[in-house]
Design a protein around this ligand. Structure first.
Ligand code: LLP
Length: 421
């Protein structure tokens, strides 16, 4: 089932022609389907019912407040990694008691904000961090619920930039130091140790690394429990992959059932932090062809969307399918689809064989709903693009396109007193 479909030769999002949206909002823009989002929500939610679970959507994947609000209304919580994400999540209506806070560099101000908001727990990534949380909680007369993020040293077999559970990564506590970390935290008067956490990486397409990690975590859980800790929450992070090209990631229910087997007998709540799986294929990026350029050795399709809008190809050499919004007949040619940014890494696709496109044609870049807009920037002084959400035959602009004024809105020219001598 797909909500980005061709009717005749024209791409629709649900019941709305993509070209119609482009003519009203301009290009480039991100386009999300509420039907797809809802379906992904339901599949994950239903699959998780074999366990006593709490789903905390990973806000970083797509943090538009309309997307967040939809998922929170359905009962999910949030996995956050910054004060800014906490702010967004609260504005979008999250229940603070369903918020978990990960990240290696939580600052004192962020910790205070989270404690005052009474979030469910901090996923602590180092001893200095738990000492700081203890100090801030003491100052606020609060008790901080914490879990330790453990680095199980498992290879997730994904891109090196998005693997997090190897001992060479900066994330989590070395499994060898885990027990003593729990003992240390158990002594702190403003800390309530309630959980155990792990997240080994993103875009995992095999089940084995998950199983390996959960087995390691289960063994540790038993040891921690034997020391008298009551681990009410076991947070297994996110990471389930999606199909960009021809990957065949495991279905969420396969994943849940195998976790259920490994964790047999555990009576606490199991937390999941899915991100990409929920939003990745619920969104596309729409961009317009500016020029066709033949350099004599290569064809370039130059489009108005660049690496500042969608950085995944540049950063991870990620593949995103690119398809003309209106299919034309005509000769097929091999081209690189590139943006206007002054960087050679500014490409959306390389060596793509497509029917020839003309200036003004629209291209759809698929699987762009996760880590698309949320990683975008103003590089080359390009206003950030619009985001649009479709619900059946209606579309809603859920983020208006930035203007040139927005680019400089926070900047000032100081009245300095420097003279060239
Ligand atoms: N929980 C934690 C602690 C995480 O660090 C992440 C992602 C997630 C959950 C969600 O993982 P997901 O279900 O989305 O795989 N920018 C990269 C992905 C970075 C992932 C960072 N952490 C990309 O575009 O592929």
């Amino acid at each position: 089932m797909n909500d980005f479909i061709f009717k005749e030769n024209e791409l629709y999002c649900e019941d709305v022609p993509v070209e119609q949206i482009a003519s009203e909002v301009g290009t480039p823009f991100y386009l999300y389907s509420l039907a797809t989002l809802g379906r992904h929500f339901s599949v994950f939610n239903e699959s998780s019912k074999v366990l006593n679970s709490l789903i905390c959507y990973s806000v970083k994947a797509n943090s538009n407040i309309a997307v967040l609000n939809f998922l929170f209304k359905m009962g999910w919580g949030a996995d956050i990694v910054s004060g800014g994400e906490l702010f967004r999540a609260l504005k979008a209506g999250v229940d603070a008691h369903k918020v978990v806070y990960s990240g290696v560099g939580k600052t004192e101000g962020e910790i205070e904000f989270a404690l005052k908001s009474d979030i469910l727990m901090f996923n602590v990534e180092s001893l200095p961090e738990v000492f700081l949380i203890d100090k801030v909680a003491g100052r606020l007369n609060a008790k901080a619920r914490v879990s330790f993020r453990i680095n199980p040293n498992v290879d997730p077999k994904t891109h090196p930039y998005i693997s997090t559970g190897l001992k060479k990564n900066k994330f989590g506590i070395n499994i060898k130091h885990a027990l003593s970390a729990y003992e240390t935290a158990g002594e702190l008067s403003n800390i309530d140790v309630v959980g155990l956490d792990c997240h080994i990486g993103s875009q995992l397409t095999e089940i084995a690394p998950f199983n390996d990690a959960v087995e390691i975590i289960k063994e540790l859980l038993d040891k921690i429990t034997a020391k008298g800790f009551n681990i009410k929450y076991l947070d297994l992070g996110g990471g389930l992959g999606i199909t960009y090209e021809n990957e065949m990631p495991p279905h969420p229910s396969t994943y849940m059932n195998s976790i259920k087997k490994i964790l047999k007998g555990y009576e606490g709540r199991i937390i999941f932090e899915p991100g990409r799986l929920i939003v990745g294929n619920a969104g596309i990026f729409v961009t317009k062809v500016i020029y066709n350029k033949d350099t004599g050795s290569k064809n370039f399709i130059i489009v108005d969307g660049g690496m500042n809008d969608l950085i995944r190809p540049a950063l991870y050499e990620a593949y995103h399918e690119i398809v003309p919004v209106i299919k034309r007949d005509g000769p097929r040619a091999k081209s690189d689809v590139v943006g206007p940014i002054c960087e050679s890494a500014d490409f959306l696709g390389k060596d793509r064989v497509m029917n020839s496109v003309q200036e003004g044609d629209l291209l759809a870049v698929f699987s762009a709903g996760a880590y698309g807009f949320s990683m975008s920037s103003n590089y080359n002084s390009r206003p950030r693009v619009a985001e649009v959400l479709v619900d059946k035959d209606k579309f809603y602009i859920i983020r208006i396109r930035e203007t040139y004024d927005d680019l400089i809105a926070k900047e000032t020219i100081p009245d300095y007193n420097y003279n060239i001598t």
